[in-house]
Design a protein. Sequence first.
Length: 367
Amino acid sequence: MSEEEEYGLSPEKKTQAIEPPPVDYLPPRPREYNPGIALIGTGGISEFHLKNYRNCGYRVVALSNRTPAKADAMRDKFYPDATVHQDYREILERDDVEVVDVTPHPADRLPILFDCLQAGKHLLSQKPFVLDLEEGKKLVGLADEKGLKLAVNQNGRWAPHFSYMRNAISSGLIAEVTSIDFSLQWDQTWVKGIPSFEEMDHLILFDFAVHWFDIASCLMAEREPKKVYASAVRHSDQVYKPPALASAIIDYPDAQVRMSFNAHCALGEEDVTTVVGTKGTLRSRGPGLNDQPMMEVHLEEGSVEVPLEGSWFESGFQGTMGELLCAIEDDREPSHGARGNLRSLELCFAALKSADSGLPVTLECPA
């Protein structure tokens, strides 16, 4: 090929097959600690909590829901020996409950979280953790005061592909991250007619993308973001009210994270994540967030495709509870602790502000 024909093309590179690098990405398990766990709120998502806790051998001893029949159904399906309480406060009086998993929507969840901490219970809060960062700081402060562990169910951290990327990056496999790209096209039309979703101004950029803001914060580790720009658009053929199209860019001093979402894609669904570092690239792709079968690893010495074990809705829920139990057992901060989650929420809230204003939002450095 002549010089003119090569103009504008990436230089040709020869790659060779390499052995898969040793990266541990499976969800953590406590060594011996297996306390009594209570679940408050038994809506649809609770089935994934209970199924995975049962598969791990964790002990759920109590369930609570304002509609007892819903709690009864979940108890009968997963933990027939558990006790059902209509009033969650009864659970907080039980000495055999040490850990509480709280799943209701944020506005309903906030007073429950305060009550659980006041009662001396370790907590796993559903995401998004809070709607107001100041309330989140109060909860973190109360947990510190009481000597309790407070974690957030950002279960994407233990989705196999994200867990692999996190641990590969922290081990230095691809050196310093320069860019992360999330590109998702999927069908979220199942939310049509569900008031709690239909009434959200930013269903995709907030309730859904909060996972990706958390993953971005996690993969970028201690690096401080400087600016966020986001937009959201509703197209004319949507079957639900909130915008189905959204995007966000997070600028760091020497790196960038980019997100692109289309939640109204009926055909050709795909979910791709690419992380580029100064000495390698990681890429995962599949038809959806719960189906990411392979990790592409491209290093200076060669490339390999690594089969991944597990799925988001399996490993993710096992990981959030498993890591909390490990943190209690080892008396340390959970890696998905609420304190760190406030930074993820700061990114998400900045994106919402940017989408509403049409302007980028500059972030303040933490004191």
